[in-house]
Design a protein around this ligand. Structure first.
Ligand code: ADP
Ligand code: MG
Length: 214
């Protein structure tokens, strides 16, 4: 049995065409089903629906042979025990620093101010500000980062941005691009060796589908 871990929402939706290209069709829609283990048309392949930030953990420990996870999540996880053979070019967005409209971020940085930064991405944020020589106090949040500057919890946030619509709707503006983010195929390192005959064709089918779509 090959188990593929992925999260609901955009990752699942954007993965469906790649699965189809690999001849894998889920038997149920996780958005409407309460099932967390979803069978497919292939008796030897199943999907498991996990929290986005948990995907690398399932694959690292071999509970799932394969998974699909955002670069954002992989950077925080660290990637131990994982191969990342393929950028799927889905769930594309950017990791950005954003502040309240009117907050002079460049000036605060130039003056060497100590900034309070709220984020779900503590490691990525720490690396980014350390590389720039900006002193920060990081505040860990698990969601709705946009609220933090509005309530005075933080001067800035580090978050994912695609259209910028959420930032605008909350009177925030992006001031710094940290890195481009997209979802990656991840593979348990041991499974790639021990279950190669089942795993490798799935990787190759994904690769072909990604290349053909580009
Ligand atoms: P969660 O709320 O559990 O973090 P999301 O569906 O918001 O789940 O995010 C899952 C993954 O989708 C993220 O890890 C990231 O890689 C990607 N993602 C998040 N926000 C965006 C976005 N605005 N545009 C494109 N991809 C995104
Ligand atoms: Mg989200």
């Amino acid at each position: 049995m090959i188990t593929i871990a992925l999260s609901k929402g955009r990752i699942f939706e954007e993965t469906l065409p790649l699965l189809a290209a690999a001849g894998i069709k889920p038997l149920e829609n996780p958005e409407t089903s309460r099932k967390l283990v979803i069978g497919t048309n292939r008796h030897d392949v199943r999907l498991v629906i996990v929290r986005a930030s948990d995907t690398p953990t399932y694959v690292q420990y071999g509970a799932a042979e394969l998974g699909i996870a955002g670069k954002d999540v992989l950077l925080e996880h660290g990637g131990l025990g994982l191969y990342q053979p393929l950028d799927l070019n889905i769930a594309v967005c950017r990791m950005m620093v954003a502040v309240r409209q009117g907050f002079d971020y460049a000036r605060a940085v130039q003056q060497g101010a100590r900034l309070r930064v709220a984020t779900k991405y503590i490691l990525t944020a720490r690396d980014h500000f350390a590389a720039k020589g900006v002193h920060v106090d990081l505040i860990k949040l698990y969601g709705s980062m946009e609220l933090a500057p509005l309530l005075g919890l933080a001067d800035a946030i580090v978050d994912l941005v695609s259209t910028g619509g959420t930032l605008r709707a909350n009177n925030l503006q992006a001031v710094e691009h940290i890195l481009p983010v997209s979802a990656r195929l991840i593979v348990n390192q041991a499974a790639l060796k021990l279950k190669r005959s089942a795993v490798q064709p799935i990787i190759e089918a994904f690769q072909k589908a990604v290349v053909e779509r580009a």
